[in-house]
Design a protein around this ligand. Structure first.
Ligand code: PMP
Length: 356
């Protein structure tokens, strides 16, 4: 007898993370996963290490201390917060709780891959709306809403394009969505954005009953290894997530490091300032090399190449790992995470050799 998974499961192309190894190089330059090149806050590292003494204890399943720290930092209501093992887990829990076979999960063409994967996992249908200038087209998204649409995912800023939508556009979009469609604003890169018309959406959660915002500790907090994210939403939605999540879905190590990270805004600011400076420098270097970086507000840039796979292979041969984004419908671009000064100099040197 053969084991047959549920319909749709075998249509899923497994999520393949950014490469991390290059044969023959002990320390490749890793710019494929939008990680913080400065690492985690030293205070978070300390809290993580201190946890070793209590590895025999279960974590607090309600993540109270972390939710309290987040609520205080962002002035939010405690009962509207839930934590997850990365925003990945929260994306999949939301889809699992609100969509099923025959339902539609909507997002824009170059949206994060996990939206579609999570939809297929529950037998729902992923639906994508076209973008304009590598930016989500809110009118196209609205036009794609049907009676079967249960969730709309909007990454703001978006990965891998680096584009963002201003507050007014997102607000009017949220207000025009049917009230029985859940809008999930995925603000994984919120802390990097400097544009004055940007808003992570937390204020919309207070005003509308069908908006959830996702945040992560994987990016500016530099805690990707620990898998930690949070959702802020209506009490009813948070209650639903608490019913479907595992009892100890966030590890004690993640909780401890997360509290310390939230309480170290200096590290966040240092990371943001570094990103802004190296971003401006890198874009100038790319221009000098006649390469075009798409506008980005995140900790990565999308760069167009005549032969993107060839460029990725060459960079890899030089010990530099970047992300091919063909799976996101962008076969002519590579996504390059903004690393340390030394790492970005090495990328520029490698690109100079590539062009010779
Ligand atoms: N959303 C977006 C837009 C992302 O780019 C990522 C990470 N690549 C995630 C969610 C998931 O992040 P994590 O699970 O590490 O919190």
């Amino acid at each position: 007898m053969t084991l047959i998974p549920r319909p749709g499961i075998l249509d899923i192309a497994p999520y393949v993370g950014g490469e991390s190894k290059v044969e023959g190089r002990e320390k490749p330059i890793r710019l494929a996963s939008n990680e913080n090149p400065l690492g985690a806050s030293p205070k978070a590292v300390e809290a993580y290490k201190a946890l070793a003494a209590e590895l025999n204890r279960y974590p607090d399943g309600g993540a109270l201390a972390l939710r309290q720290a987040i609520a205080k930092r962002y002035d939010l209501a405690l009962d509207r917060l839930v934590c997850g093992a990365g925003s990945d887990e929260l994306i999949s829990l939301l889809v699992r709780a609100y969509a099923g076979p025959g339902d539609e999960v909507l997002y824009s063409r170059h949206g994060f891959l996990m939206y579609g994967i999570s939809a297929r996992t529950v037998g729902a249908t992923p639906v994508t709306a076209p973008e304009r200038n590598l930016t989500a087209d809110l009118e196209a998204l609205l036009a794609a809403v049907t009676e079967r649409t249960r969730l709309v995912f909007l990454a703001n800023p978006n990965n891998p394009t680096g584009s963002y939508l201003g507050y007014e556009a997102v607000r009017s979009f949220a207000e025009r969505l049917p009230a029985d469609v859940l809008l999930v604003i995925d603000a994984a890169y919120a802390e990097y954005v400097e544009a004055s018309d940007y808003d992570d959406g937390l204020s919309l959660v207070e005003r509308l009953s069908n908006v959830v915002v996702l945040r992560t500790f994987s990016k500016i907090h530099g805690l990707a290894a620990l898998r930690l994210g949070w959702a802020y939403g209506p009490v009813e939605v948070i209650d639903v997530l608490n019913r479907v999540r595992g009892p100890f879905n966030v590890s004690a190590a993640a909780l401890a490091a997360g509290v310390a990270a939230i309480n170290d805004p200096t590290h966040v600011e240092r990371s943001r300032a570094h990103n802004a400076r190296i971003h401006a420098w890198f874009v100038r270097q790319l221009q000098r090399l006649n390469l075009r970086a798409e506008p980005s507000v995140g900790n990565f840039v999308l760069v167009r190449f005549g032969d993107a796979p060839g460029a990725a292979a060459f960079l890899k041969s030089q010990g530099v790992l970047v992300r091919a984004v063909g799976a996101y419908g962008l076969p002519d671009h590579l996504r390059i995470t903004l690393g340390t000064d030394e790492e970005m100099q090495a990328v520029v040197d490698a690109l100079e050799r590539y062009r010779q």
